[in-house]
Design a binder for this molecule. Structure first.
Ligand code: NDP
Ligand code: GDR
Length: 360
């Protein structure tokens, strides 16, 4: 009889953790997840995102842990004995990493080292496979389009920490023969994206403005270009990386570049509002072309000390070797996020839980 594969996901309470857990359960895996103690104890429901996708939280085995505690990470890996480890836990907010650079390095770089060292010291290198959540943010100021060969010039503490983790993963692969693949993922979003990321901040505000909110949406850099895909497509790519005979590093991206400004225009178009732009720099505003009302403003507080201006991925290698390509692109992504935020908003107004409305 075939044994069920066992996966351990660090960061299972995050956006990608929720989609990946759902994906692996659908493939028959036994899924274990590492969740931070304070999130587990203080959040209304640490698996809120997973359940928002319509899944039953009891199907996950939750382990309380912290990536910055190497002994704890090792103990969990020893107990679970996973066939596959998906190391997704991180301080993932690039802007915040400028305020907390030391803990960003501790979690994103040293935390990854804790996972790699645990596998090495537990002599698991012969049979465990590791996915490391690397990021397009590592490319920083390198010219687009970026692929696996593009030089890395990170522009944030987050990017530096992710680059350190990326290289540690490669070194452990080459030195100890551990099966480790880096997924170099470009931005991917969804209805369960954190509200502090620009896409979800926009879709949430658009829905509130549609419902009568009078305060304009405040944003920072409107000219920033990103390659936005859907998290559901990207977790399938993570899994595909670990099914190959040999490990490798893969870019996942849609190959479409859009500005934050274009995201705003598209999001408002889904509620029937056409946005026009007036002024420039810090004085730029987005107005409703029909009523002249200011709906979007620039707030200089939201500019980062240094931003990555242009990220556009070339995922040809993933297409050729993994057969991976995205199914959901910009317009459909935004449409799904707006519809979900509408559901969430109206449920909240009625004081009701919105557990599975994202599927509606
Ligand atoms: P999220 O921020 O949604 O999830 C990250 C998770 O990591 C959270 O659940 C968080 O827990 C957890 N975490 C943070 N610090 C620790 C810690 N010290 N110990 C244990 N867990 C911790 O991010 P995403 O799901 O969007 O991203 C997943 C991974 O992929 C991250 O590593 C991110 O950097 C990377 N990535 C993401 C991309 C994207 O566009 N989404 C693109 C490229 C890479 P808590 O809830 O307690 O804070
Ligand atoms: P990013 O995502 O930094 O690319 O990191 P984010 O959505 O935070 O920013 C994208 C771009 O939008 C600009 N921006 C704003 N950003 C936020 N958060 N809030 C605002 O109000 C705002 N206004 C403009 C930003 O300056 C930036 O240029 C995401 C994360 O998921 C990382 O973990 C991941 O590694 C990368 O994507 C790939």
């Amino acid at each position: 009889m075939m044994h069920r594969k066992r996966a351990l996901i660090t960061g299972v309470a995050g956006q990608d953790g929720a989609y990946l857990a759902e994906f692996l359960l659908s493939k028959g895996y036994e899924v274990h997840g590492l969740v931070r103690w304070d999130s587990y104890m203080n959040a209304d429901n640490a698996l809120e995102r997973f359940e928002a996708l319509g899944m039953d939280g009891t199907r996950l085995a939750v382990h309380v842990g912290d990536l910055t505690d190497a002994q704890n990470v090792s103990a969990i890996i020893k107990k679970v004995q996973p066939n596959e480890i998906y190391n997704l836990a991180a301080l993932s907010q690039v802007g915040v990493s400028f305020d907390t650079p030391a803990s960003t390095i501790d979690i994103n770089a040293k935390g990854t080292l804790a996972v790699l060292e645990a596998v090495r010291l537990l002599d698991m290198e012969g049979w465990v496979r590791i996915y490391q959540a690397s990021s397009s943010e590592m490319f920083g100021s390198s010219p687009a389009p970026q692929n696996e060969e593009t030089p890395m010039h990170p522009c944030s503490p987050y990017g530096v920490a992710k680059q350190a983790a990326y290289w540690l993963a490669k070194i452990y692969r080459d030195s100890y023969g551990i099966y480790i693949s880096n997924g170099i993922l470009f931005n991917h979003e969804s209805p369960v994206r954190g509200e502090d990321f620009v896409t979800r901040k926009i879709t949430r505000a658009v829905v509130e403005i549609e419902a009568g909110r009078s305060v304009p949406l405040k944003l920072g850099n409107l000219d920033s270009v990103r390659d936005w895909g859907h998290a559901r497509d990207y977790v399938a790519g993570m899994w595909a990386m670990l099914q190959r005979d040999k490990p490798g590093d893969y870019v996942l991206a849609t190959g479409q570049a859009k500005t934050v400004r274009e995201f705003v225009v598209c999001a408002f178009s889904h509620v029937g509002v056409r946005i026009g732009w007036r002024g420039c720099g810090e004085d730029e505003v987005g107005i409703d072309k029909k009523t002249g009302k200011v709906l979007v403003m620039v707030d200089p507080v939201l500019f980062r000390p240094k931003d990555v201006n242009y990220l556009l991925g070339d995922a040809s290698k993933a297409k050729a070797e993994l057969g991976w390509q995205p199914k959901i692109y910009f317009d459909d992504l935004i449409s799904e996020m707006i519809n979900a935020d509408r559901n969430i908003y109206y449920y909240e107004q009625e004081g009701r839980e919105c557990s599975t409305v994202l599927r509606a």
